[in-house]
Design a protein around this ligand. Structure first.
Ligand SMILES: Cc1cc2nc3c(=O)[nH]c(=O)nc-3n(C[C@H](O)[C@H](O)[C@H](O)COP(=O)(O)O)c2cc1C
Length: 336
């Protein structure tokens, strides 16, 4: 589809106001998928492009990537930092991002306290991934500028709650903007989230099937060809449930950790060694499948694969979201 959004259109929400962007759309950070081209294209298209710092290793490559993004777009860009102990680069990543003038930080896992304090000194904003009210209230108290409510069906580490319930619930309970994540891939799903009170949407899976994503063609094709029922949760990537496409390789591997790793993970003395090991082994599997031709197909994606029909440029994906959003609003049945 090649619909066009007018260069003058805007959708104003607390999120667009917070960041000074045209559309309330975050191109979500995706391990191994997000790259400089995607971030620049999304931000230039009026959304905000973001990426996980760890997509660029070693750290020199990350500093280079930040520089290149800031050179190629004057629009706001965002960075995802994993703020738990397993990420030994977190402090350095934050410092370089602040020096480069990153505008938005997305934190996942762990406490975002330091990121919030340092980002605010620089005039940057911080939104935190949450899957329940308890964590959402905690980050609100710490001074977060918003939360990303990650619902069931999302790519990555999805929460257990229906996104439509989670967003509407958090909207009533919190004083800061709530951004919806999980299952959004077109204008209709975006409209549904704004209707229940979301200040914006954060979209991952849809952007894997983009021309700019530098992943294997087979991975992009799998996004287009899979149905929501093909998505299964596995603990084999990181120890906590993560969404992947059920390929023959995933089926053979099994969805649960082998008994000896599960046992070791539950032992207090072993946990600190075993969890990083599970992360390392899982990331290697994802990396092999995402970036090289491989029969070991472990492809990370959410249930919205069922709504993705084509591989398009990031710019066109964002234009389509806006045009379809407007069409959805127009076509809603009216009260007579
Ligand atoms: C391939 C893939 C990798 C992801 N990697 C990360 C990550 O590194 N950090 C993070 O905070 N979220 C990550 N996520 C979650 C996304 O940022 C976002 O919350 C999610 O994709 C939204 O749901 P959707 O896929 O249904 O659009 C990832 C998601 C996918 C599909």
């Amino acid at each position: 589809m090649t619909t066009q959004a007018s260069a003058l259109t805007r959708i104003e929400t607390p999120l667009t106001e917070m960041l000074g962007i045209r559309y309330p759309i975050i191109q979500a950070p995706m391990f191994l998928v997000s790259n400089v081209d995607m971030v620049v294209a999304a931000s230039e298209a009026g959304a905000i492009g973001t990426f996980p710092a760890l997509n660029y290793r070693p750290i020199e490559k990350y500093v280079e990537a930040l520089k290149e993004m800031k050179k190629r777009t004057k629009k706001p860009i965002g960075l995802n930092i994993i703020v738990n102990k397993s990420n030994t680069r977190a402090k350095e990543d934050l410092k370089h991002a602040l020096d480069a003038g990153v505008n938005l930080f997305i934190t996942s896992l762990g406490s975002p306290k330091e990121v919030i304090t340092e980002a605010h000194k620089n005039g940057a904003k911080v939104v935190c991934d949450v899957i329940n009210l308890e964590h959402a209230k905690k980050v609100q108290d710490l001074g977060a500028d918003g939360v990303i409510a990650v619902g069931a069906g999302a790519g990555g580490h999805a929460g257990p709650l229906s996104p439509i319930v989670l967003v509407n619930w958090l909207k009533h309970e919190l004083d800061i903007p709530v951004i919806a994540a999980g299952g959004i891939a077109n204008g209709a799903t975006m409209a549904s989230m704004l209707a229940v009170g979301a200040a914006g949407v954060s979209i991952g899976t849809r952007f894997i099937a983009s021309t700019e994503a530098r992943v294997e063609q087979a991975y992009k094709d799998a996004i287009v060809n899979s149905s929501p029922e093909d998505i299964v949760m596995t603990t084999r990537i990181s120890g906590t449930p993560a969404a992947v496409i059920k390929t023959p390789y995933v089926e053979r591997m099994g969805l649960d950790l082998p008994w000896y790793l599960k046992f070791a993970k539950d032992q207090k003395t072993l946990k600190k060694y075993v969890v990083p090991l599970i992360h390392y082994l899982g990331s290697k599997k994802l990396e092999e499948a995402a970036t090289g031709p491989s029969w070991k197909t472990v492809w990370s994606a959410g249930q919205s694969v069922g709504l993705v029909e084509d591989i398009l440029s990031c710019d066109q994906i964002i234009k389509n979201l806006v045009v379809e959003y407007e069409e959805t609003l127009k076509n809603l049945p009216k009260v007579q």
